[in-house]
Design a protein around this ligand. Sequence first.
Ligand SMILES: [Cu+2]
Length: 211
Amino acid sequence: MPFESAFSQLFTQNTIIAWVVFWLVVLFMTGAMSYSWYRSRRGRGPLKLAEANKLELGYVGALVGMVVFLVISSFSANAKDYPDPPKPAASVTVTGFQWCWRFRYEGTSLTTTGQCQGLRNLPVLVVPVGQPVRLDVTSTDVIHAVWMPQWRFKLYAYPGHVASATITIPRAGKWINRCAQLCGLYHYQMWFWLQAVPPSAFQSYLRTGRL
Ligand SMILES: [Cu+2]
């Protein structure tokens, strides 16, 4: 299962949990504040609860339960993401550096980069629509991270290490992405495009470097 399907469910689930917890906290906080305001209006001062063991145990239990649930669902999403990656139609070495990106298409002479200053000449990672592409992600200096939020994809780029993942982009299009790991002064400029094109256009891109 490609990244997006494996992780979008997790993303939705965790977002819902985060909102529910947020509003519960707001609710209990305003409740406690109003109640103590109400008591003080009646001259009764704040509640003197030195111990509320059952309440605290329940709270700890609920927290532990939630953590276990989040850990299990994260691990199972990880396990669903291509446990056995399909044979890729192309392999691209993605190199992060201070402060931009380089893409090398393995088995060809094509290497591309761009300018990470402003949004006009950003590097473009080109992939074929509907075909698995292996990304070998690395870095030449510090830790960066390839983050393609649209496709629920994030992978760290470590110097001296190659992290690999296979993605399949199901439809043609162009999406903006960025570095997700604070990597120095111009980290904020590390944008790049992901562009998915029909396989025939991809093949000619590999030969000519143009779309
Ligand atoms: Cu970076």
